[in-house]
Write a protein that binds this ligand. Sequence first.
Ligand SMILES: Cc1cc2nc3c(=O)[nH]c(=O)nc-3n(C[C@H](O)[C@H](O)[C@H](O)COP(=O)(O)O)c2cc1C
Ligand code: SF4
Length: 445
Amino acid sequence: MGYPNPSHGRETPVLSKYFGDPEARTLAGWRARGGYESLEKALGMDPVEIQTMVKDSGLRGRGGAGFPTGIKWSFMRPDGKTHYLCCNADESEPGTFKDREIMRWTPHGLVEGVALGAHAIYAETAYIYIRGEFTEPIARVTAAVEEAYAAGILGANAMGTGRRLDVHVHRGAGAYICGEETALMNSLEGRRGNPRIKPPFPAVAGLFGQPTTINNVETLTAVPYIIKHGADWYQGLGRDDNPKSRGTKLFSVCGNISRPGNYEVTMGFPFGEFLNELCGGALPGREIKAVIPGGSSVPILTREEAEGALMDYEGMVAAGTMLGSGGVIVFDDKQDMVKQIARLARFYAHESCAQCSQCREGTAWTTRILERIAAGDGHARDFDTLLSIGENMSGKTICVLSDSCATPVASGLKKFRHEFEAKLGPDRSRGVVPVMLTTNRSAVA
Ligand SMILES: Cc1cc2nc3c(=O)[nH]c(=O)nc-3n(C[C@H](O)[C@H](O)[C@H](O)COP(=O)(O)O)c2cc1C
Ligand code: SF4
């Protein structure tokens, strides 16, 4: 069955070029489209040369934090230790579904990027950790890995180079927290998927205590194109006045929008044109009210703020938010922002691994208060309580899941306070009405 390949002339499809093309899924089809040429070339290059090329391209991690990929790879030096590459395909951030489409349509593109990345960091073994619910992507990537082994691309003599390259597919068990890189490694090791305290950083002591690099699916899939077309080509994609964000980026768009889906544009694309032209704007008779531009953990923008923003790391910071994972969630004028934010908070409370008290208690209390306000039983003092809980949840925990819950709440309260105030209950002096809430204590994969 076909996939509505979003091609509006304004996109720059590099990673998404073959979305909707079933023939690109097979090894023969991928090779016919130039697949594995970059891996072959890269296996003839020194890893430091690849690291430098990726550094020069300006590629930054697409998993959310935007750390420069070439610099991350340069932490890995030949030291006689076993190195590992982990590909983070746990994609569970609400509103984000780009990695899923890469795996569904171009699984060999990912396998090529993973094999290339492993060589670039002096690793023989790579793991692709895929979100457990991703049944079709798991099947597609597994089939691609099997085909690559059968063709001698992977294995003891990868592409006839005499070098060993192994890629293993691991299925997660449905815990959002296992997308956090150290939780992912714990989960791969068969432990409970709890984030680890850093340092030590994964490049020093990661999977099985060995130097490890963790990269997102989109990041790794972009690398073969950089090897093929050169660092300068990638550097050439983006707005002229921002050398810090280069290349293309996949954005997943969902919510109250005419044409939801995945769109690939160059960094710095005007967000107003993106929403109103590429994505078709609001549904008929409605108006966009708010936008979360980078997955559910970044500050919410009003429509006006979003329409004036530029879609790259710095452009989003200038607009008061973050590019994050590129998951764009659109809310229109029919939506109740209090309910929507309460729903996000409940997600984080459910997914908290519960190691840190600020996160375990903070996400739970935030949810209780928001749900009570949403039910029309709030008190004005709840707003200060929410902000104070949020402050105590930010920058104080083992990982940033805690901050991710506090951030949309604080920005939502600031920008849509009138909606919160409209929900204050008749008895404004009432205290907290407890509701049942559970955290996810089964984050084991
Ligand atoms: C709670 C939480 C969940 C995360 N989930 C993902 C995820 O599903 N996929 C991903 O690539 N990164 C995720 N990350 C970010 C990873 O920890 C890590 O930064 C990323 O995989 C690094 O890859 P990159 O440098 O290629 O972006 C998550 C982080 C946190 C704190
Ligand atoms: S911040 Fe939350 S999810 Fe992260 S380690 Fe602490 S309790 Fe677990």
